[in-house]
Ligand binder design. Structure first.
Ligand SMILES: Cc1cc2nc3c(=O)[nH]c(=O)nc-3n(C[C@H](O)[C@H](O)[C@H](O)COP(=O)(O)O)c2cc1C
Length: 296
């Protein structure tokens, strides 16, 4: 029987808050997650992961608070259950500045974002990380977020995925279709920074978004960042099949996980398969290739 060599990628999991999903662990004398407000906590973590040959750091996020239990936030606040929680995107530049290979998978809820400025934020991070940014696409699950954003409740489950499909359509146009590869000349002699003929206006008239404009960033290393998705409903899997390069699945065995990832990828082969499964093509695995066998 021949043995097929498979590559396992290592992805650390965290959140810009106390304890992520290990509720109560912050009380352990050696737990440092209460330092999440300090940049040094994140830059040290990034350096530690890079030294340990991790491929990526994934940062979860939520918008809104857990206020359903007893209809208040008393327990949420006392136990620090993802409250307080800071913006994960803002951590990336600092961590990228002290690492060279580590990838960053950042969660952002698109339901309350506008595609035009959001696409620029990710392009900016793609430039600053030199192509090490990924986006975990979520549509949210908290009515508290909807109320904070001026709605009475969240829009319906499947409808959120419809909106997400259109958000991605706009973002792809901005990332991929606005600037040609050679639009930037930076020609000092002729005093031409960019060739306007190679910068195209994106015009989108949709159900959720109306956009007419030029992408604000010049082409970044990846253009479209690596896309993660974690939904497991029928509509979520359909969405993942269309967009995601890395999907999260949770199955009893690696084989079952791999099959689920294969299905959710619309038949695209996953790179590996167990609890968290990636079907990714670009997430930086250069880190361990670079240092295999040389862990300091
Ligand atoms: C491993 C994993 C990580 C997730 N991370 C987040 C997150 O950081 N933020 C968030 O709002 N939802 C997160 N989710 C929730 C999913 O995005 C999604 O809302 C949920 O799985 C329900 O989607 P579905 O109804 O399509 O199954 C995560 C889910 C899983 C399984």
């Amino acid at each position: 029987m021949s043995v097929i060599a498979k590559e396992v990628l290592l992805n650390a999991f965290n959140m810009n808050c106390v304890g992520h999903i290990h509720h109560g662990m912050w009380t352990h004398p050696q737990d440092r997650s209460t330092e999440f407000n300090q940049l040094g906590y994140w830059t040290e973590l990034a350096q530690l992961l890079e030294r340990g040959l991790f491929d990526g750091l994934f940062i979860a996020d939520i918008l809104g608070v857990y206020d359903v239990y007893q209809q208040n936030i008393a327990l949420t606040a006392r136990e620090s259950i993802q409250l307080p929680v800071n913006d994960p995107l803002l951590l990336v530049s600092a961590m990228a500045g002290v690492t060279q290979h580590l990838g960053f998978g950042i969660t952002a809820n698109l339901s309350y974002e506008a595609p035009y400025p959001f696409a620029r934020r990710l392009s900016t991070l793609d430039h600053l990380t030199q192509g090490r940014i990924g986006w975990n696409i979520v549509t949210g699950y908290l009515d508290s977020a909807a109320r904070a954003m001026g709605l009475n409740e969240q829009i319906g489950h499947d409808r959120r995925y419809d909106q997400a499909d259109e958000f991605l359509d706009v973002a792809y146009q901005l990332w991929e279709g606005s600037w040609e590869d050679d639009a930037v000349l930076a020609d000092r002699q002729r005093r031409i920074y960019a060739d306007a003929h190679k910068i195209h206006k994106v015009t989108h008239r949709g159900e959720f978004y109306q956009v007419e404009g030029y992408h604000l960033s010049s082409p970044s290393p990846q253009r479209t960042p690596l896309l993660f998705q974690a939904g497991s409903s029928a509509r979520g899997i359909q969405f993942a099949a269309r967009h995601a390069e890395c999907t999260f699945v949770n199955h009893a065995t690696p084989a079952a996980g791999g099959q689920a990832a294969y299905r959710s990828g619309g038949g695209r082969p996953p790179a590996t398969g167990f609890e968290s499964v990636y079907g990714g093509r670009r997430y930086r695995c250069a880190n361990r290739r670079r240092g295999a066998g040389q862990i300091p």
